[in-house]
Design a protein around this ligand. Structure first.
Ligand SMILES: NC(=O)c1ccc[n+]([C@@H]2O[C@H](COP(=O)([O-])OP(=O)(O)OC[C@H]3O[C@@H](n4cnc5c(N)ncnc54)[C@H](OP(=O)(O)O)[C@@H]3O)[C@@H](O)[C@H]2O)c1
Length: 305
């Protein structure tokens, strides 16, 4: 397929471009600078410079493609995440650019349109497994996630196969969120707030990228992209501590869970999210079935770096 990727230069995007090229697809990726364009060339893609908020530019750039994949976001660093203004660009991407890309997929007569989302949309499920039909509970501060998700239903209604991927918490040695998590854990504290028994939906980003490739052939619908075996916070902290060679990593105090406000509250819930639907539909399977395997590999890679 000819695949157009927005967010192609990000942590997941770079891997998705490489995985798509390896699978035999012809990939066009959005690059915002000459350096990023060179990166996409090295990955085997064709860079294009296009403003995702300019409808005309995007419709022209997407014409002739069989699939559109939107992985663009602007998630602020851990240090800035509590400041509402640092989310402005991310909100604009989910509210405006997701609609522009959906229009472009429809206008191009694409076979398939893939939109990123987050596994944190689900209400607290305690110990229960959560599939794609589990109750959602999106706070008003994250309404842009609803807007982006709605685009997928709109493209599906128009006849394009719409795929919504709800990713778990990303883990990769080149992700700033992972690097921040490791830096704080080396001082003995877990960044992820929430009760000790709360499950954390996670995915290693190479696996998230292969899920994007697999999703091109999935029936339209919503799919969770998470590992096989989500851990409770206490166990996640133990696994991370062991990978770092520490005796322990402490869970954050309860007041920190409240400090992030309503935007961060979904990150504190227990979400034992299931990947069964994507596996059954596509045969995709994660190389890292659990953070028990992913954390040691990431720490080794960071050590080598
Ligand atoms: N991190 C997580 O734990 C997590 C969890 C669930 C879902 N996700 C989702 O997974 C996706 C990818 O995350 P990631 O870690 O790959 O993010 P990332 O590394 O920050 O990459 C973001 C991508 O979006 C592009 N972008 C940012 N602002 C843009 C703008 N104004 N116009 C055009 N492109 C813009 C970036 O381009 P530049 O390279 O030019 O900056 C980059 O290609 C995101 O959609 C995210 O919401 C992440």
């Amino acid at each position: 397929m000819k695949v157009f990727v927005a967010g192609a230069t990000g942590v997941i995007g770079r891997r998705a471009v490489r995985a798509l090229v390896t699978a035999g697809h012809d990939v066009t990726g959005v690059a915002r600078t000459p350096d990023k364009a060179a990166l996409l060339f090295r990955l085997g893609g064709t860079p294009t410079q296009v403003d995702l908020f300019d409808r005309g530019e995007v419709l022209d750039a997407v014409a002739g493609h069989d699939a559109v994949v939107n992985l663009a976001t602007h998630i602020p660093s851990t240090a800035k995440a509590a400041l509402p203004r640092s989310w402005k660009e991310n909100t604009r991407i989910r509210e405006e650019a997701s609609g522009v890309l959906a229009d472009a997929a429809i206008s191009a007569g694409a076979r398939c349109h893939i939109q990123e989302s987050i596994a944190f949309v689900y209400a607290d499920g305690g110990d229960a497994w959560l599939d794609e039909d589990a109750r959602r509970d999106v706070p008003p501060a994250l309404a842009s996630v609803d807007t982006a998700e709605a685009q997928v239903h709109r493209v599906t209604a128009s006849g394009v196969s719409g795929i919504l991927l709800r990713f778990g918490f990303h883990h990769a040695a080149d992700s700033s969120l992972t690097v921040d998590t490791v830096r704080v854990a080396r001082r003995g504290l877990l960044v992820a707030p929430g009760p000790a028994a709360a499950y954390l939906p996670s995915v290693q980003v190479d696996d998230a990228a292969t899920a994007v490739v697999a999703a091109l052939d999935a029936p339209s619908g919503v799919y969770n992209v998470v590992d096989d075996d989500p851990l409770q916070r206490w166990e996640y902290a133990e696994v991370l501590a062991a990978a770092l060679g520490r005796a322990s990593v402490r869970l954050p105090p309860a007041f920190l869970a409240k400090a992030g406000g309503r935007r961060a509250e979904p990150l504190t819930r227990s979400q034992r999210v299931s990947n069964r639907k994507l596996k059954d539909a596509t045969g995709w399977t994660p190389t890292y079935p659990c953070m028990r395997q992913a954390w040691p590999a990431i720490i080794r890679e960071l050590g080598a770096a």
